[in-house]
Design a protein around this ligand. Structure first.
Ligand SMILES: [Ca+2]
Ligand SMILES: [Ca+2]
Ligand SMILES: [Ca+2]
Length: 438
């Protein structure tokens, strides 16, 4: 017994030593811009697997759609320049992209769908007539495209072409689709302005409500994978003082925590827990994330508190437009150190094992609950095992936020870490006991 305790103490001491070498940093990367033309890029969406960002960028002949991966960098969508247009949506695996293009001498303009194998497929007809504009969303499985045709909220596929969402008696746009494409969200125009709406084939349009104050006015931009959570904005102070909302069937429309000058939510994670968008503090614009409780966090502060301050030096982060399925990667837009508009991509710290963009006691709890397992849940240091080294990786990567990001969560005082480590050791000991008892 004494020998076992001694060996455990030895492991614990070794882990403490190794903590100094733990690397648990988030990443922040500018996406760059296409060569030639205006030096800017703008992200529209990120694939569910977090590996592909799509958007548009200035190039020699004008604005071209781009597709970005870590290995290829930013490349024009077709590989062939001079397709003037934008990319707005990408499928979960990154292989299918939708957007709009301008007409040229050789091709009609309008919505398109792009695949790695098939290249550009025009989506510009409905019932044989040329559709005006445009494709805004694609379902995670790539089966369904959403947008507007003849100014009406519409959806469709390569097989069906565009189909107006019915009843279609008001102009509007579909901005988001559930993973299987069966639920659409967006806006239609009625009364004082756009109304946030949710649509299914069986129920048709459902107005999502309005936050108190201002006009009855808003838009829905993001939807969870199962279609149960919708995010967007609603006007609360006339004119155009907007507040981000999160809607569920159970709660209805609820306002998310908002800075003094307003906010807009653009994106929600597949599981509905993490929301991304923009917050306005007077003349300052900040990319923000809302946690599951609806609390607001500056992305800049979250990244800085986890140790990515240097990578962001000189950048302004203006908005978050996409979140990967595992919550760990986000994309957005900002201004680079030269003051030019540039898209960016960021990943949370490996020590943030529960993917809420804060490294704190809840990450330790997750490690403890997976103690002794082999696998990725709770593996903060990426060695495939869940043990004391993960507790140390978390303590090394702990969020040290001066602002609101961690205000609700205590700093890792010695007793917190000690209790966590001891409870982990107790579990570990139990696990060893079972193993030795065979
Ligand atoms: Ca209102
Ligand atoms: Ca966390
Ligand atoms: Ca580990």
């Amino acid at each position: 017994m004494r020998k076992r305790l001694a060996s455990m103490f030895g492991a614990f001491a070794l882990a403490i030593l190794l903590a100094d070498f733990a690397t648990a940093a988030p990443t922040f990367t500018g996406i760059g811009d296409l060569s030639g033309g205006q030096p800017f890029s703008r992200a529209s969406d990120i694939s569910g697997n977090g590996l592909v960002v799509v958007g548009y960028s200035g190039a020699t002949e004008g604005t071209e759609p781009f597709r970005w991966t870590a290995t290829t960098g930013i490349v024009t969508l077709t590989g062939a320049p001079q397709m003037i247009g934008v990319a707005r949506g990408v499928s979960a695996d990154g292989s299918i992209v939708v957007g709009d293009r301008s007409s040229t001498a050789s091709s009609a303009g309008g919505p398109y769908l792009w695949t790695e194998s098939g290249g550009i497929v025009p989506l510009n007809t409905m019932n044989g007539a040329v559709v005006q504009i445009g494709a805004y969303a694609i379902s995670a499985d790539g089966s369904t495209v959403g947008g507007k045709a003849f100014e009406y909220p519409s959806r469709g596929s390569l097989a069906t072409g565009w189909v107006p969402q019915t009843p279609a008696n008001t102009p509007g746009t579909t901005f988001g689709l559930s993973a299987d494409g069966s639920v659409a969200v967006g806006t239609y125009y009625r009364g004082q302005g756009p109304m946030p709406v949710r649509w299914t084939s069986t129920e048709g349009f459902q107005e999502l409500g309005d936050l108190p104050g201002g006009r009855t006015f808003g838009e829905a931009y993001g939807i969870s994978a199962d279609g149960s959570v919708v995010v967007g904005y609603s006007e609360v102070v006339e004119p155009y003082g907007n507040q981000a909302f999160r809607w569920t069937n159970e709660s209805g429309m609820l306002g998310l925590e908002s800075p003094p000058s307003g906010s807009v939510a653009f994106s929600v994670s597949a599981d509905g827990t993490l929301v991304g968008g923009v917050g306005y503090w007077g003349k300052f614009t900040e990319g923000v994330l809302w946690d599951e409780a609806g609390h607001l966090h500056s992305v800049r502060e979250l990244l800085r508190s986890m140790g990515a301050g240097d990578a962001m030096a000189g950048w302004s982060l203006y908005e978050v437009v996409g979140i990967s399925e595992d919550l760990r990667t986000i994309t957005g837009n900002g201004a680079n150190p030269l003051g030019r508009a540039e898209a960016w991509i960021a990943t949370t710290s490996p020590a943030d094992v529960n993917g809420d963009w804060v490294v704190n006691v809840f990450d330790i709890n997750l490690v403890v609950s997976h103690w002794g397992e082999v696998g990725s849940a709770g593996d903060a240091n990426g060695d495939g095992a869940v043990n004391i080294f993960d507790i140390n990786a978390i303590s090394a990567g702990w969020s040290h936020a001066p602002g609101s990001a961690s205000a609700a969560v205590p700093e890792p005082s010695t007793w917190v870490l000690l209790v966590a480590a001891l409870s982990g050791l107790a579990l570990w000991r139990g696990w060893l006991g079972i193993r030795c008892g065979r």
